[in-house]
Design a protein around this ligand. Structure first.
Ligand SMILES: O=C([O-])CC(=O)C(=O)O
Ligand SMILES: [Mg+2]
Length: 211
């Protein structure tokens, strides 16, 4: 019998959580914790299509939607600026192209409509303020979003806890480590329920010297 085909990294990521992947990546890749989901209970996993915006100008986002395809995650750098860089119109256009969701270190708007249509968004905040559509810093180039360098094709995992990005070259090793960590945690839960301490289960050596 043929060996089972290796699972797609995006499917493997989607079965994990952002905190576990961040830990397994050597405590790296976590975007600024101020970038929060506008919905709850949703996990987004996919490969990054990047855009970089000038403050108050979302033309790069409109271009990035054209550059994106099925399963992609738009990662937009907006320097923390809170304006309505993303909204219902862009989400309808992105959905029609199969785009999986958006991560932006700037603002978004039309959030009730985005939730209604189930288009997942992680943003630095919500703002009704409109943006012009005049200039593009970049599309499809590496960006710094939420303090993390993100290259096109990097892997993105976002859930209720936040957003983590794994460089494409590291994804296989990070997934192996994250799945192993998850299995260890699950084995630990069984011991904790039987009364073992977190010190025993995690092997914490308490050297604080305090009572
Ligand atoms: O005007 C924009 O480009 C952002 C927006 O509200 C939408 O996409 O609906
Ligand atoms: Mg709108």
């Amino acid at each position: 019998m043929a060996a089972p085909a290796p699972r797609d990294p995006v499917a493997r990521l989607a079965d994990l959580d952002a905190a576990t992947v961040h830990e397994a990546a050597g405590r790296s890749g976590d975007l600024d914790p101020g970038i929060r989901p506008i919905q709850s209970g949703v996990t987004l996993a996919g490969r990054a299509v990047t855009a970089d915006c000038h403050p108050g100008d979302n033309l790069a986002v409109h271009r990035a939607v054209l550059a994106a395809g099925p399963g992609d995650v738009l990662v937009v750098a907006a320097g923390g600026h809170l304006a309505g860089y993303w909204g219902e119109i862009l989400a309808v256009a992105a959905r029609a192209r199969g785009v999986a969701g958006l991560v932006i270190d700037g603002g978004c708007r039309d959030t009730a409509a985005l939730r209604r249509m189930g288009f997942p968004v992680w943003s630095a905040g919500v703002s009704v303020r409109g943006t012009v559509k005049r200039t593009v810093r970049s599309v499809g180039e590496p960006v710094v979003a939420g303090g993390v360098l993100v290259a096109p094709g990097d892997y993105v995992l976002a859930d209720d806890d936040g957003v983590v990005v794994v460089p494409a070259a590291r994804v296989a090793a990070v997934l192996d480590a994250a799945e192993a960590r998850r299995e260890r945690e699950e084995a630990g839960f069984a011991r904790l329920r039987e009364g073992a301490t977190t010190f025993e289960v995690l092997g914490i050596e308490d050297v604080s010297g305090r009572g």
